[in-house]
Design a protein around this ligand. Structure first.
Ligand code: NCD
Ligand code: ZN
Length: 347
């Protein structure tokens, strides 16, 4: 096998994942742990993980669900509300329970009703986070009813993110699952304290993929996929080698019945073949030599964590993604269902 048909990189991490809880956690976690050494775990359970005690308990439930013999470390996040206790957050960070705090604008996405209703309300908290060096992960969409869903990310930059980064220049901010050229530009214009994660679906899909020839609920997530020009901007950013862009799958499992519904849930379950999906993109962009930076190096550098010592190897060998998997005793449809990907994780 020639070098171009095989790639070995430091074991990657997933800097944004939804692992859920209970039977769903048990069935989705092995997919993530198969590929990733660590993952930033989203706190939007029901009820959400809003304090150190509930995060520590959730972390124990995750650890209990790790398959034997697999090395995986969950990195926990604190779901910020209007009433987050700054001392609890700071103590949780100091004691290693929290790796980051997560800002959901209230009602922006799944289980975000208790999110922050007015950004100014948490400015004192952001000042504390800046002082303590706690990373802020942001779901960057405005929620105003009059703002078109396709404009909500770009609007968030001007209404909220630019003021936050201006007022707290030393605060480390991850602009999560970016979907627009505007978001790429904003990261490029900023200093090193702002980074962004990019999902596999936003590198593969534009909004036509979701809406042309029939409505495809399994291509629907938030932030919603945008025009082709935005997808191309994301591919360019992800494969550029710029350390401010790194891997975050936003794998968000919902059962098939909840997706294929008159009011389907937002979220794409991409955990099963995530690294293969990213690898395919980097290959198509002739940037396989930059996959390791994006998947395994830039994230740890931003978070101030060591790079994983273990490695993974992907080979140019077809892998068929099943049309359906099972979770919690029910059907669940993975990203790329029924497709063949050109790269396979072999070890
Ligand atoms: C996520 C979920 O289902 O929890 N859904 C999604 O579409 N990405 C929430 C989120 O990250 O927005
Ligand atoms: Zn998410």
């Amino acid at each position: 096998m020639s070098a171009a048909d095989s790639i070995t990189i430091a074991r990657p991490d997933d800097w944004h994942v939804h692992l859920r809880d209970g039977a769903m956690l048990r069935d989705v976690l092995p997919w993530t742990a198969r590929q990733f050494a660590r993952a930033i775990v989203m706190p939007n359970l029901s009820p959400p993980v809003t304090d150190m005690a509930s995060a520590a308990a959730y972390r124990e439930r995750i650890i209990a669900a790790i398959p034997p013999g697999i090395d995986f470390t969950p990195l926990m996040t604190c779901y910020l509300t209007d009433d987050t206790d700054p001392d609890d957050l700071a103590r949780g960070a100091a004691e290693g329970v929290f790796t980051a705090a997560k800002l959901y604008p209230a009602n922006a996405t799944t289980n975000s009703a208790r999110g922050v209703s007015d950004m100014r309300r948490i400015y004192p908290l952001l000042g504390r986070m800046e002082a303590e060096g706690i990373v802020l992960c942001v779901h960057g969409e405005v929620t105003d009813a009059q703002v078109d869903v396709f404009d909500r990310e770009a609007e968030f930059i001007e209404c909220h993110l630019r003021p936050i980064t201006h007022n707290f220049p030393r605060l480390k901010v991850v602009f999560e699952h970016i979907t627009t050229q505007e978001a790429v530009n904003f990261v490029l214009e900023s200093g090193g304290n702002l980074a962004a994660t990019i999902t596999p679906q936003h590198l593969h899909l534009n909004r036509n993929a979701m809406l042309v020839g029939g409505i495809r609920p399994h291509a629907y997530c938030l932030p919603v996929a945008k025009r082709e020009a935005h997808r191309l901007a994301l591919r360019k950013a992800a494969t550029s080698g710029d350390p401010r862009f790194f891997l975050g799958t936003d794998s968000a499992p919902h059962l098939r019945a909840a997706k294929e519904s008159a009011c389907g849930c937002a979220g794409i379950f991409n955990a099963p073949f995530a690294i293969e999906s990213y690898c395919t993109v980097f290959d198509e962009e002739r940037a396989l030599d930059r996959l390791e930076g994006f998947a395994s190096l830039h994230g740890p550098a931003f978070y101030g964590l060591p790079v994983n010592r273990a490695t993974i190897t992907l080979e140019r060998r077809e892998v068929e993604v099943p049309a359906m998997l099972s979770a919690a005793g029910e059907g669940i449809v993975p990203f790329h269902a029924g497709e063949t990907l050109g790269w396979r994780l072999v070890s």
